[in-house]
Ligand binder design. Structure first.
Ligand code: PLP
Length: 363
């Protein structure tokens, strides 16, 4: 069986360095907010080309503290998409604000800027574009609309570590950005982890307060806050893996190019690359109107395909009341047709050929 993603392969590829980093933390005796977290924050900020970063407990928490740092709360509205991980909407709901769901662009699977503009009301405080599958959303249009209307832009970069828009990295294109280090992401930990990045020192100060009880000084809460910290073990592992992130993304991109060559005549729609942007290829997503038969065929051939995401958020029981009148046609069509093919840096070319052969023989 060829899996869709394989975080253990990434461990085995860097095993000596990772084992050493983990043992050093265990031996060091400092397990929370120590030198690995501080160094990783500086290294990741420098990788992005931004000024500040703060490690937190997960990508969902990163979105939540970013929203709260921007002053979003009850009575506010935050515009985002329904074609995403449910975490994007769960974080908005947790802030107390109302998620307002808009449709995606058919080719890029990311927020349609016109739909965003039409959804703005006097209560709108912020927008969360999602750089889905590793491709930056149409940020020049989204940022221009947000600037005109006085809204904060929070980038959901959980699938876009290292992606670029022009020569700028995803995570430096809005006011503040949230990253996830869930094991299968382009930069993955061996457990949960997340990070907030921003060029704004004041937003960063608020994120730091929110992640640890509002402490400006230990045991004295200056303001409201919770506990959502990146731990030393995960940070030590992430420092090792960050060194090869660009090389890993280049390998993903080379395998994606191989899929494209092998699948030119296949009866599936290949992913579109936006001009001027660099796709991080978190996922290689094709589209077919006969998805059930396609999935069955791929499983029989031993290919671990997945669907990201089968149920649009406004069709999920917890969030049905967020469904806009008239639905979200492009989102619903994508949810019925998309399929993610196996793609990760350690995947062999022969495996890509096997997957492509299975796609070409699909009914
Ligand atoms: C993974 C993911 C998240 C949530 O990250 P966690 O670390 O799992 O909390 C948020 N948004 C998107 C688009 C994701 O893919």
């Amino acid at each position: 069986m060829i899996p869709c993603a394989d975080p253990r392969a990434a461990y085995l590829a860097h095993k000596p360095e990772i084992d050493k980093a983990v043992m050093t933390v265990l031996d060091g005796g400092r397990y929370i907010l120590g030198e690995n977290v501080t160094s990783f924050e500086a290294e990741f900020a420098s990788f992005l080309g931004t000024r500040h970063a703060a490690g937190v407990g997960s990508g969902t928490d990163a979105l939540h503290v970013a929203l709260r740092a921007c002053g979003v709360g009850p009575g506010d509205e935050v515009v985002t998409v329904a074609h995403s991980a449910v975490a994007t909407v769960a974080a908005i709901a947790r802030s107390g604000a109302r998620p307002v769901l808009v449709d995606i662009d058919r080719l890029s699977y990311t927020m349609d800027p016109d739909r965003f503009e039409q959804a703005i009301t006097p209560r709108t405080k912020a927008v969360i574009p999602v750089h889905l599958y590793g491709q930056p959303a149409d940020m020049s249009a989204i940022v221009a609309i947000a600037a005109r209307r006085g809204l904060r832009v929070i980038e959901d970069c959980a699938q876009a570590h290292g992606a670029r828009d022009g020569d700028r990295r995803a995570g430096t294109l809005g006011d503040i950005a949230a990253f996830s280090f869930y094991p299968t992401k382009n930069l993955g930990a061996f457990g949960d982890g997340g990070l907030v990045a921003t060029g704004d020192a004041d937003l960063l100060r608020r994120v730091r307060l929110l992640r640890e009880y509002g402490w400006e000084q230990r045991y004295v809460s200056a303001s409201e806050g919770w506990n959502t910290r990146l731990d030393e073990l995960q940070a030590a592992v992430l420092r090792v893996k960050l060194r090869t992130l660009d090389a890993c993304n280049e390998r993903r991109s080379a395998l994606a190019a191989l899929y494209r060559r092998l699948l030119v005549d296949a009866p599936v729609t290949l992913p579109a690359e936006r001009l001027r942007s660099t796709h991080a290829y978190h996922l290689f997503v094709v589209r077919t109107p006969r998805r059930d038969a396609f999935l069955q065929h791929m499983y029989r051939e031993g290919i671990g395909v997945l669907v990201h995401y089968p149920v649009p958020i406004h069709h999920q029981p917890a969030y049905r009341e967020l469904a806009p009148a008239g639905g979200l046609p492009e989102t619903e069509s994508a949810a019925r047709q998309v399929v993610s093919l196996p793609l990760f840096p350690e995947l062999a070319e022969e495996d890509v050929q096997r997957v492509a052969a299975a796609v070409l023989s699909a009914p």
